[in-house]
Write a protein that binds this ligand. Structure first.
Ligand code: COA
Length: 574
């Protein structure tokens, strides 16, 4: 079938839907414009069998839905309507939520229902639930509808019927800041975390710290009770700040200063915001570093000779200091004799998205900071490539992009969770790329496919990455099952009777590669290209990074997302 995707951005949902539908042998084209004429033109050009809107913030024009079947993925249960579905669901402590596939109609979200599926609503941020539960449910539902409903004369979508007691959803308005507001004198830690979760990653909860209006993101409950006025800052750790509450305290990992007239800000670590952006930063000079079992970006769990190291950096972005920390932890693990396997878990929401573009943008000298950051991440990758006394596993349980999608290839084994999306390319950020990609990628997929992956700038599903050779094994999509299966895989490696011959083989292979071409020369080559880009103030990178960080969209659909007939199409999976 020919399927046209209308979307407000080529986000994780859209990327996965695109690739999953192609695997099912559909021809897919994408239109990102909100302009009616442009949308109509996309329909006329592609002549789709139907239109799917996996992530659309605006309405489909009547001229389109009157003549073409348009199905909308709505992140809510049957009957739920409005632009803040997940926000209200999280705020109201619902334990079960869902996704509904409905037909575009005159009234927004009120069209006939093609299918609806539920999932357990865990404690987590809106973005985390969207990325894990909503995307997965939506993809399976769309595939199911395509198999079971299309071409089935007995299938009829049902109209939305609020008189049906099974229809639990309701039409709710946009959640505004007055509904999100924290009252530090009455709200408990749990309530504060919930309020921030419902607004994370957008728009955040608007609050005030020492007279500065800020949006709060990335909340974690810390039940240590401090003798401080609720709302007051009591300390910091890993860039997060800790604030007292009436029954404990809460970590706030990221903040964004509220827009001031024309001046806009972007997210940074809370500590950076208060110490570098607040005009009254000196008020916080005596803020102290805290110990915490809750707020630890890097965590290590050791079991049965396997060290699981998670590096849960907000949004998967790794700044220079975070790379240094990760490297120090890896070096410590390398020295331990009780560990045979190191599993790199990445973060919960992203495995890694490479260097930290927000921190670079915020620095006084972005070219210099880009250089420091890329060297720091390269050092981590180098450590993994040269880890000769342990077996390493990249546990790709969440999406990864740019250098963060190359870093796993430095491990001996790459074990992905079904449905994970990788974006192993740099050109959308105007970069040549580093992280030893010129060594690691061709080694895994061959020169031709490496070139195509880097140049086509397209996402790759875990299963496709396995076909290509970037991933060794794909395990269950279910979060708990994945972790159980991963543990079995890692422990089997640690207990393998051939463990020492596997290590010897690894050392030999590295030595052979080194003889053919020294590892350092790949790094030197990549970094020369990167330095030229960083040092050129007119390079696309500086401009693209600025737009990315300030969320300035180019409004046009990149040509790579518009369907091209077979001869011109990517031959990656041919
Ligand atoms: N630095 C800082 N922030 C980053 C980031 C990075 N490298 N990569 C992603 N983010 C942030 C985004 O700004 C966004 O922030 P939000 O909290 O305001 O929503 C969030 O992470 C999610 O990213 P988003 O782009 O919405 O996710 P996606 O699933 O649609 O796309 C990527 C994923 C990886 C394709 C996309 O984020 C990307 O291109 N990132 C830049 C990667 C890069 O070029 N790194 C530098 C070279 S190593």
């Amino acid at each position: 079938m020919k399927i046209l995707l209308f979307a407000s951005a080529y986000n994780g949902m859209c990327q996965r839907m695109h690739r999953e539908l192609e695997i099912e042998m559909h021809s897919v084209s994408i239109e990102l414009s909100a302009n009616e004429q442009q949308m109509i033109k996309a329909v006329e050009d592609f002549e789709p069998d139907f239109i799917l809107c996996p992530f659309l913030k605006h309405a489909v024009p009547e001229k389109i839905w009157r003549h073409h079947l348009c199905l909308i993925v709505h992140p809510g249960i049957e009957g739920d309507r409005g632009p803040s579905s997940l926000d209200w669901a999280i705020a109201s402590k619902t334990t079960s939520w869902g996704v509904t596939l409905l037909q575009a109609d005159a009234e927004m979200d009120a069209g006939d229902i093609w299918d609806t599926q539920k999932f357990n609503l865990r404690n987590g941020s809106k973005a985390s639930i969207y990325r894990r539960e909503v995307i997965s449910t939506a993809v399976h539902m769309v595939k199911n509808v395509l198999h079971k409903a299309f071409g089935n004369p007995n299938f009829k979508p049902r109209p939305l019927d609020y008189s049906n007691p099974k229809v639990k959803g309701e039409c709710l308005p946009l959640m505004r800041q007055d509904s999100r507001k924290i009252d530090w004198s009455v709200d408990t830690t749990e309530t504060i975390v919930r309020k921030i979760n419902a607004a994370d990653s957008f728009p955040g909860v608007l609050d005030s710290i020492a007279g500065n209006a800020v949006h709060l993101f990335g909340a974690k409950a810390e039940y240590t009770l401090y003798s401080a006025v609720p709302g007051d800052l009591v300390g910091y750790r890993d860039g997060a700040i800790c604030r007292a509450t009436i029954d404990g305290s809460v970590w706030i990992r990221q903040m964004k200063i509220a827009q001031q007239d024309e001046r806009r800000f972007f997210k940074l670590s809370s500590l950076q915001v208060i110490t570098q952006q607040f005009p009254n930063a000196n008020q916080f000079a005596s803020l102290r570093a805290l110990e915490s079992r809750v707020q630890n970006d890097i965590k290590i769990e050791i079991e049965n000779a396997v060290a699981y190291i998670s590096f849960d950096f907000y949004n998967g972005a790794m700044n220079t200091e975070q790379c240094h920390d990760l490297l120090a932890h890896l070096r410590d693990l390398r020295e331990r004799n009780d560990i045979r396997v190191i599993a790199l878990m990445g973060g919960e929401d992203f495995w890694s998205n490479g260097i930290h573009l927000n921190c670079i943008q915020a620095s006084v000298d972005p070219a210099r900071e880009s250089w420091r950051n890329i060297n720091a991440i390269d050092d981590v990758v180098q450590e993994l490539i040269c880890m000769s006394n342990k077996l390493t596993v990249a546990a790709l349980r969440s999406n990864a992009g740019a250098g963060g999608a190359i870093m796993p290839l430095a491990c001996d084994k790459v074990i992905a969770r079904e449905g994970v999306v990788l974006n192993p390319h740099y050109l959308t950020m105007g970069l040549f790329g580093s992280e030893y990609w010129t060594y690691l990628l061709p080694k895994r997929v061959g020169d031709a496919k490496a070139k195509e992956l880097i140049e086509s700038c397209m996402p790759v599903l875990a299963s496709q990455a396995q076909t290509l050779g970037m991933v060794d094994k794909v395990l269950s999509e279910d979060w708990s099952n994945y972790h159980r299966q991963l543990q079995r895989e890692c422990e089997a490696l640690a207990e393998d009777e051939n463990y020492f011959s596997l290590l010897a083989r690894k050392q030999y292979s590295r030595m052979q590669d080194e003889t053919i071409r020294p590892l350092e020369s790949y790094r030197t080559y990549e970094l020369q290209r990167m330095k030229a880009i960083f040092d050129n103030s007119q390079s696309d990178y500086h401009h693209l990074r600025y737009n990315f960080v300030y969320k300035i969209s180019c409004q046009a659909t990149p040509s790579r997302l518009i369907y091209k007939p077979i001869p011109e199409k990517s031959k990656l999976f041919a």
